[in-house]
Design a protein around this ligand. Structure first.
Ligand SMILES: C[S@@+](CC[C@H](N)C(=O)[O-])C[C@H]1O[C@@H](n2cnc3c(N)ncnc32)[C@H](O)[C@@H]1O
Length: 556
């Protein structure tokens, strides 16, 4: 494919450094939001909650947030950066010399290589928001200053994630870390910030406090109608109105506009005969947002948008950033996209998006998220790059990593992963109870969500697997269909077993669907689909529209 300007929604699986270098052209992106692992020395586990509200006991290890100085990855990236022979190379060399080859410097080398690439792909009018926490933010700020130029630093935003400070039974030595940090840079001075779009409306109470005076027209507060000294001389706006002539800096509006304001009842006079403008609550557009964001809370366990992906950010946060620093149709890139919050927000706000993640768990979740929210599918509605497209590539993936294969296979039918790889380091055991993935749908408009249980096998398969899957469907609440995805071809006995289990009758659609559906990877790659009412798009679409109603904002 080579480097080019990507102008279509695109989801990449892979290491963002390679993808940026291989596919993305210089100066081709309008906005970058990145939320990399923070070097918090934690492993992030996914705890899934499905539509029934039950949380799966199984925890999937989504990604590790521990960095080590590695001869295979860190050292070559460090060498490449040093070879640039610029101030950034000097800075990094000094940091490594002073701090040593340790976790922090390994993390900084990883981040620097990527930030250099991100700066390259950003348009001169583009902006970048780096989401981080205090662990590395102090170092990342200096690195960003070097790459973007100190003058292109715009803001350091503190996002109040939690309003419940962490307590401790030990004597506290630091304040509770309740905020994340967003470092906002622009590529050049030409980048716009559309602050008007993200103003915060005042509450009823605040409006009463602010508009504390009353006349025959209603509540108002007084605002200036004469220019201030600091605005300089405006001789063309110096004129007489109702016996008042301002000094050389003049009125704020021309005579016609002033007459209009007066006619509307919005021109007032002090007892000393000085004019002022009456500002009304109905015209209040809210307050400008500062750099301390306290009005968006992190995703709570009950939140409807919660997917269970660790470090998932709230949609409202990403909507704010995208509205403030891009326009409809612009290209938004998230190179560490996780379960796709930035991708979701960009799609909702009519921007073109590019998402990159290095785990198939993330890319599979994004696929099911986009399908559930917007009814869009990979390849048909957006490009998908870096995933197996042939049977031999699928076989290769299965031999490399069984879990990556499983997550990828679930993505072929847009199922959501559930259970799976245990966090072996914490000694937890995978308790997938025979469920690898879940699909949900509503059979009747008011009925509960029905579930499709999905199992994926990359090795040998037998009739007993079909009986087990049937047992799981019988056991699980609201489970009505079982899908058995297999890399190997099923035996005749397996197919007979599935046939004998029979059909499930959909009340909503008055149709029958096979209770057990065996699908090979080869069939799925050929476009064969699971049979269930969700494939009948009308009901699904109505549901989606209802879900999205109320949340819809203007596309600006
Ligand atoms: C903090 S999470 C992002 C969460 C995301 N903002 C959301 O709302 O879901 C960081 C993500 O970066 C991914 N990641 C880590 N290293 C990466 C790399 N080199 N290339 C691409 N993705 C990477 C991880 O798999 C993880 O999903």
């Amino acid at each position: 494919m080579g480097q080019k300007a990507i102008t279509q929604n695109t989801l990449f699986y892979g290491d963002n450094l390679e993808i940026l270098g291989q596919y993305m052209a210089d100066e081709s992106v309008d906005l970058i939001y990145l939320d990399p692992p923070f070097n918090s020395s934690r492993n992030y586990n996914v705890l899934y909650k499905d539509e029934s509200g039950l949380e799966s006991e199984a925890q999937i290890l989504a990604f590790e947030d521990t960095w080590h100085w590695s001869k295979q990855t860190t050292e070559p990236e460090f060498t490449a950066l040093k070879q640039q022979g610029n101030g950034l190379a000097d800075l990094l060399t000094t940091l490594v010399r002073v701090m040593g080859r340790n976790q922090m410097t390994a993390y900084l080398v990883m981040m620097t290589s990527r930030l250099v690439q991100l700066h390259r792909v950003l348009k001169p009018t583009g902006s970048l928001y780096l989401h981080c926490d205090p662990t590395a933010s102090r170092y990342l700020g200096i690195i960003l200053d070097m790459i973007f130029g100190e003058g292109n630093f715009r803001s350091q935003i503190a996002w109040l994630r939690s309003k419940n400070p962490k307590g401790s039974q030990h004597k506290l030595k630091s304040y509770s870390p309740d905020t994340d940090i967003l470092l906002f840079y622009s590529k050049t001075d030409a980048a716009e910030l559309y602050a008007e779009r993200i103003k915060i409306p005042l509450s009823e109470e605040d409006l009463v406090i602010k508009y504390d005076r009353i006349d025959e027209k209603g509540r108002f507060t007084d605002g200036p109608i004469i220019c201030s000294l600091s605005m300089g001389d405006r001789p063309n706006l110096v004129y007489e109105y109702k016996g008042y002539t301002p000094d050389s800096f003049g009125w704020r509006v021309n005579r016609e506009k002033l007459i209009e304001i007066d006619k509307r009842g919005d021109l007032g006079w002090t007892s000393k005969g000085n004019p002022y403008r009456k500002l009304r609550p109905e015209n209040d557009t809210g307050n400008h947002i500062g750099n301390c964001w306290t009005d968006i809370s992190s995703i709570n366990p009950q939140a409807k948008e919660r997917l269970g992906y660790p470090t998932q950010k709230p949609l409202a946060l990403l909507e704010r950033i995208i509205q403030a620093s891009s326009n409809p149709g612009d290209i938004v890139l998230d190179p560490f996209c996780g379960c796709g919050t930035a991708v979701h927000a960009a799609q909702k706000l009519g921007r073109t998006w590019i998402g990159i993640d290095i785990t198939r768990l993330a890319t599979t979740l994004i696929k099911s998220r986009l399908y559930d929210a917007f009814g869009i599918e990979p390849k048909k509605d957006y490009d998908l790059i870096g995933e197996p497209t042939t049977l031999s590539e699928a076989k290769h993936l299965a031999t490399q990593d069984r879990y990556q294969f499983q997550w990828w296979a679930l993505g072929l039918i847009l199922a959501r992963p559930l259970g799976g790889q245990a966090d072996s380091k914490k000694g937890k055991k995978g308790a997938d109870k025979g469920i690898d993935g879940i699909m949900t749908f509503q059979d009747t408009a008011s009925g509960p969500h029905k579930r499709i249980i999905v199992q994926v096998k990359s090795g040998k398969v037998k009739s007993g697997d079909i009986r087990d899957l049937h047992g799981t469907i019988e056991r699980e609440n609201n489970a009505v269909i079982g899908v058995f995805i297999t890399l190997e071809n099923p035996s005749h006995n397996m197919e007979m077993e599935a046939l004998e289990i029979g059909l499930w009758h959909s009340e909503g659609w008055n149709r029958n669907y096979p209770k057990i559906q065996i699908l090979t990877i080869e069939q799925l790659l050929d476009g064969v689909k699971v049979q269930f009412p969700g494939t009948d798009t009308t009901l699904k679409q109505t549901q989606r529209e209802q879900d999205n109603a109320g949340e819809q904002k203007q596309l600006m």
